[in-house]
Design a binder for this molecule. Structure first.
Ligand SMILES: Cc1ncc(COP(=O)(O)O)c(C=O)c1O
Length: 380
């Protein structure tokens, strides 16, 4: 990936992220929503997603839904939890977990929360305890990689507990699916949501929900929204292969290309390795510059990394951001309430060499701002 071939700034963000030239050029077509060529591609996208998720097509279905990732989560929650007798428990340690409970409230759905500090992972035993003490809870939702900080939550362990207590498990794997091990069936995940512009490295335009067939069939009539009805969307797609309403044609074309590239790279394992190398390069470089990480090393994922603002009055995040931007690099602001942070994404069509270029640009920007820090080491 030679730096010279990039026309745009490199996005060190959690998505939309930097995509490959082939993914971008896949969109340079005009295809009708009912065109046989397009419908063939939609079918192939669905098949490849099930393969990527390593689930059996007889047991799970994938439903594509127009819109951003939040719409996919809202669709899944709104369809999964019955209108009569349904109650959701959301385990929250960041903004995206909180968003799920906000969605439930807007839908007038009974909802309970288990709340954690933003730098602490969800504890499976707490979920078990809550389920033991509240028979009314029918569904449990949580985020896998809480992108607000970068923390990974123990989905496998929570899944086992939810299943043992005979409840239904919904996982927001928006920023981890495609670059992390997720055993959907084995971990008893009934509904899993991700979107096109995350680790598969497509562009924004739709989300996808991998759902157990039984759970999807049981969701008929549950939807709180006409448009975000996954059951109805799937029924139409089964009947005629089409989205119910205008499909995000170009985003699907880009995503199809992105899936082929993910397979060519070596699948989830290889992509995870590249992102982990990006993350390691970033953490080493940032420690050397003197930045401090927000999360404890054991809680750290490899999707996005949060760093504390330097304790130096010459530092201003806005100046830092703009200087980096002028140099061709886009980073991300923080998204937690309990600390001043900024975030750097490790995902997208970027390599460790790009991360090293970012670190060099940061060194230049800090010098321009007159921010001096003592070099450190990655906490192990
Ligand atoms: C874990 C998680 N959930 C939900 C979302 C919301 O997705 P969107 O911004 O596409 O609505 C994001 C976005 O980054 C996310 O990381």
């Amino acid at each position: 990936m030679p730096r010279e071939s990039w026309k745009d700034k490199i996005l060190f963000t959690p998505g939309p992220l930097t995509t490959s030239p082939a993914v971008k050029t896949a969109m340079l077509r005009d295809l009708g929503a009912r065109d046989a060529d397009f419908l063939k591609i939609v079918l192939d996208v669905k098949k490849r997603l099930l393969d990527l998720a390593e689930v059996d097509g007889d047991k799970y279905t994938v439903v594509l839904m127009q819109g951003c990732g939040s719409m996919g989560v809202e669709a899944a929650v709104g369809c999964a939890v019955p209108k009569k007798g349904g109650k959701l428990l959301v385990a929250i340690n960041g903004a995206y977990g909180k968003r799920i409970s906000d969605m439930a409230r807007v839908m007038n759905m009974p909802v309970e929360t288990l709340d954690y500090p933003e730098n602490a992972p969800v504890k499976p035993e707490d979920v078990g305890e809550r389920l033991k003490n509240d028979d009314g809870i029918t569904h449990v939702a949580m985020v896998h990689c809480e992108t607000a900080s970068g923390i990974f939550n123990p989905v496998k362990e929570v899944g086992k507990i939810v299943s043992k207590r005979k409840r239904v498990f919904i996982v927001d794997a928006m920023s981890s699916f495609g670059a992390a091990e997720i055993k959907i069936d084995k971990w008893d995940i009934r509904w899993l949501v991700s979107s096109a512009n995350k680790c598969v490295e497509g562009v924004p335009g739709f989300s996808f929900v991998i759902v157990e067939n039984k759970a999807l069939a049981a969701s008929a009539g549950n939807a709180r929204s006409l448009c975000l009805d996954l059951h109805a969307q799937n029924e139409d797609m089964r009947r005629n292969g089409q989205f119910r309403y205008t499909p995000p044609v170009h985003a699907v074309l880009a995503f199809h290309r992105a899936l082929l590239e993910l397979e060519a790279e070596g699948g989830v394992e290889a992509r995870m390795k590249r992102y982990r190398r990006n993350c390691r390069t970033l953490r080493e470089g940032m420690a050397e510059l003197g930045f401090e990480e927000y999360l404890a090393p054991d809680d750290h994922g490899w999707i996005i990394t949060s760093f504390r603002y330097p304790r130096n009055t010459a530092f201003s995040f806005d100046n830092f951001y703009n200087l980096l931007r002028d140099d061709g690099f886009v980073i991300y602001p923080g998204k937690v309430d309990n600390a001043d942070l900024f975030r750097v994404g490790n995902v997208g069509r970027i390599a460790p060499s790009d991360v090293s270029c970012l670190i060099d640009a940061m060194r230049r920007s800090l010098a321009k701002m007159g921010v001096a820090m003592a070099p450190g080491k990655i906490p192990e």
